[in-house]
Design a protein around this ligand. Structure first.
Ligand SMILES: Cc1cc2nc3c(=O)[nH]c(=O)nc-3n(C[C@H](O)[C@H](O)[C@H](O)COP(=O)(O)OP(=O)(O)OC[C@H]3O[C@@H](n4cnc5c(N)ncnc54)[C@H](O)[C@@H]3O)c2cc1C
Length: 458
C-alpha cells in the first residue's frame, strides 16, 4: 500500500477515517494474543456498508491485504495486521438497527458490542444467550467471524446458533445478503454458515440479524470446591447423567483459584484442587430442584463444600470467580498465553492431568480454567517472552497439549479460532483433504487473496 492508495481513500472517506500516523498505527498492531504484532500501513474506519464496499473494491484492484477488526480482543492473532496492509476497523458501525419482538430477532451493525446486544434484547424482555468472557468489549462482528462461545454454551450453544442473516461485502466490493428472519429457509446453499467462523477470510460482515429467545424465569448459582480434580470431573459426568443441563458449568484449577482469590477475594479455599461454578436456569420450581440435585451430587462425589448464592449480588460475586480468571492470571507473568483446546467431556480428567504433567515436565507454569461442561479448557501459560529458553519449552509444551487433545478425539481450538496462533497445527488436526477444500472455498470468494492473507492456512 502506498501514498497513491491513501489518496484514493480520501476521495470517499473523511480525514479522521483514515489513520496513517505512527502512534495511531501502533495502537492497531496487536490483538489480545501474546507475542504477535505487526504495524499496518493504514487503518480505515468506515461508517456504512457503501464505504466498506468502496474500500474493498480499491484494495482488490490494488492487491492490498485487508484485515478486518472489531475490538481486537481475539486470542489467535486473527486481527493482527499484515505487513503493508490495511486494517478495516468496524468499530464505528455500531448501531443496533432493530429489535423485532414479533419475529424474535435483533439486527445490528458489526461494531456493536456484545454487551449492547444483550442489553437491547433484555430491554425488550428478550434474551441473547452467547456471552463470551469478553462480552463487555468484543464486537458482535468479531463474535460471528470467530463463532465465539461463552459461559452459557452448554445449554444455549454458541454464536452460530443465533445468526439468522448476514450482509457481507465480498473481496471485490459486491454486497451479498444471505439468510432471512424466517425460521425455515432452504433456498440454495446456506452461505451464511460459511461466513460464521471464517475469521475475516471470506468477506466483511456489515450487518447481522440474530435470533432472540424468551429469558429464563429463574436462575441459581452454585460454587463447589474439590480436593481432587477427578472428583470435579466425576461430578460433571454425574450432573449430565442425571439429565441436568446447567447453563453454566465452569472450572478453575488450583493455580487459577489461588490467583483469583488473590485478585478478587471471593473466599475461595486456596488449597483446593478444583472449583466448579454451576448455574441452572429455567422455571423456578425446576431450578430449585436441580440446584438441590447438584448440591447432592457434588457432595456424593467428594466436594468438600458447596456454596449456593442467596441473592443476585452473591450470584454475581460467585460467578466473578470464573469471569476474572484471565485478568487474575494476567497479573502473574509478563507474558500470558491463553490457549484453547476442547475434548469430549468424558476425557476431561485425562486432559487436565496431561496439562499438569506437561507443565511439570517442561518446567512451565500453567493455570487451567474453562468451560468444563463443553469440554473446552483454557490452559494458560505464564511466561516471559524475553526468556528465549523458557519460550522454547512453552512451545514444546503447547504442541504436546494440542496433539494430546486431538488424540483424545478433541480439537485444537474450541472457540478462539485459528488465526496465526493455531495455523501450524491445523493441517495435523484436519488433514490434507479438509485444507484443500477450504483453500478452494477461500479462492472462490477472494481470488486475489486480499482478505486476511497468511491466516488460518497459507
Ligand atoms: C478476557 C477475554 C475473554 C474472552 N473470552 C472468550 C470466551 O469466553 N469465548 C470466546 O469464544 N472468546 C473469548 N475471547 C476471545 C475474543 O473476545 C472473541 O474471539 C471475540 O469474538 C473477538 O471479538 P473482537 O470484536 O475483539 O474481534 P477481533 O479480535 O477484532 O477479530 C476477531 C476475528 O474476526 C475478524 N473480524 C472482526 N470483525 C469482522 C467483520 N465485521 N467481518 C469479518 N471479519 C471480522 C478479524 O479479522 C479476526 O479474524 C476472550 C478474549 C478476552 C481478551
Amino acid at each position: 500500500m502506498d501514498a497513491s492508495h491513501i489518496e484514493l481513500l480520501s476521495g470517499f472517506l473523511r480525514q479522521d477515517q483514515v489513520l496513517t500516523g505512527r502512534e495511531d498505527l501502533l495502537a492497531y498492531a496487536y490483538d489480545g494474543t501474546a507475542m504477535l504484532h505487526q504495524v499496518p500501513a493504514c487503518v480505515v474506519l468506515p461508517e456504512n456498508t457503501r464505504q466498506v464496499s468502496n474500500v474493498l473494491r480499491l484494495a482488490n484492484e490494488a492487491r492490498v491485504p485487508v484485515v478486518a477488526r472489531g475490538s481486537g480482543t481475539g486470542l489467535a492473532g486473527g486481527s493482527v495486521p499484515v505487513a503493508g496492509g490495511l486494517v478495516l476497523c468496524l468499530a464505528r458501525m455500531n448501531r443496533i438497527l432493530e429489535v423485532d419482538a414479533g419475529n424474535l430477532t435483533l439486527t445490528a451493525e458489526p461494531g456493536a458490542l456484545t454487551q449492547q446486544i444483550a442489553e437491547a434484547a433484555s430491554a425488550a424482555g428478550l434474551f441473547y444467550p452467547p456471552d463470551p468472557g469478553s462480552i463487555k468489549i468484543s464486537t458482535i462482528g468479531g463474535n460471528v467471524a470467530n463463532n465465539s462461545g461463552g459461559l452459557r454454551g452448554l445449554k444455549y450453544g454458541v454464536t452460530r446458533d443465533y445468526v439468522m442473516a448476514l450482509e457481507v461485502v465480498l473481496a471485490d466490493g459486491r454486497i451479498l445478503n444471505t439468510g432471512t428472519k424466517c425460521v425455515k429457509d432452504v433456498a440454495g446453499f446456506t452461505l451464511k454458515d460459511l461466513f460464521i467462523g471464517s475469521e475475516g477470510a471470506l468477506g466483511i460482515i456489515t450487518r447481522i440479524t440474530l435470533k432472540l429467545i424468551p429469558p429464563p424465569a429463574a436462575k441459581q448459582t452454585l460454587l463447589a470446591m474439590f480436593d481432587k480434580m477427578t472428583d470435579a470431573a466425576r461430578t460433571i459426568s454425574a450432573i449430565i447423567q442425571e439429565r441436568i443441563i446447567p447453563c453454566t458449568l465452569e472450572f478453575l484449577d488450583r493455580v487459577t483459584i489461588q490467583c483469583v482469590e488473590g485478585y478478587a477475594k471471593i473466599g475461595l479455599p486456596t488449597d483446593a484442587e478444583a472449583v466448579l461454578l454451576v448455574e441452572v436456569d429455567g422455571h423456578p420450581a425446576q431450578v430449585e430442584e436441580q440446584a438441590r440435585q447438584i448440591e447432592r451430587l457434588a457432595g456424593e462425589h467428594g466436594a468438600r463444600q458447596v456454596r449456593r448464592a442467596h441473592s443476585e449480588e452473591e450470584a454475581t460475586r460467585l460467578a466473578s470467580a470464573r469471569r476474572t480468571a484471565f485478568s487474575a492470571l494476567a497479573r502473574l507473568a509478563p507474558t500470558v498465553i491463553l490457549e484453547d483446546v476442547t475434548v469430549p467431556r468424558s476425557e476431561l480428567a485425562r486432559m487436565v492431568a496431561h496439562i499438569q504433567e506437561v507443565g511439570e515436565r517442561h518446567r512451565v507454569r500453567i493455570g487451567t480454567f474453562g468451560h468444563m461442561g463443553d469440554g473446552n479448557l483454557h490452559p494458560t501459560f505464564l511466561t516471559d517472552e524475553r526468556d528465549e529458553a523458557e519460550i522454547q519449552r512453552v512451545e514444546k509444551a503447547m504442541r504436546e497439549v494440542f496433539e494430546y487433545a486431538v488424540q483424545l478425539g478433541g480439537t485444537i481450538t474450541g472457540e478462539h479460532g485459528v488465526g496465526l496462533a493455531k495455523k501450524p497445527f491445523l493441517p495435523g488436526a484436519l488433514g490434507p483433504v479438509a485444507i484443500d477444500v477450504m483453500r478452494r472455498i477461500r479462492k472462490s470468494f477472494d481470488p486475489n487473496g486480499i482478505l486476511n492473507p497468511g491466516k488460518i492456512f497459507d
